[in-house]
Structure formats: structure tokens, C-alpha cells
Design a protein around this ligand. Sequence first.
Ligand code: ZN
Length: 170
Amino acid sequence: MKRIYLSYHYLLIWEILLVDRYVDISQYDFEKALKKFNPRLVKPEGVFEAVYKIPLENGLSIWVYSTIDTQTGVSREKGSDAIRTILMFDDRKIVEAAPKTLRTTNWDDNLIEKIESLIEMTTDYLDPSGHPLIKKKKKDGKGSFYGCALYPECKYIYKGEKPLGDLFSG
Ligand SMILES: [Zn+2]
């Protein structure tokens, strides 16, 4: 009896390791997963995968590179690449790229988590040059600070002299 119990677990682990890897994602599945963010399908030149833009405040937006071929409506070869999620300013400047999302069975939850973590970086405030101020993690991983989204073009860092809300319009 014990032996059967063990082999059952062995199979379960085997399944997690091998079967629970990559899944096909249709354009329908993808749009359904992103629905709550009101994404727009955009067509950057020379890109052959469906790209979704989630507009945010102050010229910021999140771009999601789906890996779904717009010709066929299905994801490209499994495992060949992963879903990229990028916080963008003015549709051209990469502010922050989230770690890629693998197309495993829980890809949708993982992707939503990444989109939300990028949204959490954004604020309603602008720096003195009128650029969006974003919340960044310190290099040592301890705490965060507010800095310009256009770094390194603009190196403004909010030093916390006054409460953020009193300082700038946004
Ligand atoms: Zn700036």
C-alpha cells in the first residue's frame, strides 16, 4: 500500500515537472486575461505578434508583447520565447521591463501580477521638468524612492523635502 502511495506522488511530481510546462494561448484567451486593464491592440512597425497597450496617466503606458502571431491568432512555438511586459513613456522610451512571463498553465495570473507591479510604480506626480515621477526600488533592495521616468536622460530624484502631494501638480 505504501508503495502505491509513493508512486502516486512520483507521478504527480513528474506531471508538474514535464506536463505542466508550456501551453498554447489564443488571442481570445489573451484578450480575456487582460480585459480588466482595457488594453488596445497596437501595431508597431515590423512586429508580427499582437501587442497590447494599456494607457496610464502622464504619458505612461504598459505594453504587452503577447507572442501571439497576428496572422494565425495563436501563440508561436512553445518555449521559443515569453511574454514581455514593459512600462513605456511617450510610446517610445522604456522605463522599466518586468521579468518575462513564461507560457505555463498559470501564465495569466503571472502576467497580471507583472502588469500590476508596473502600475504600482507609477504616481500622479510630475518632476520639475514635467516628466512623470515613478517609484523605484533602491539598488540594495531596501526601500524605494521617487525618480524621473526618463532616467538617465533626466536624473531628477525626489529627496522628500516636502510631502509629494504638496509639491507638484500632476
Ligand atoms: Zn525628469
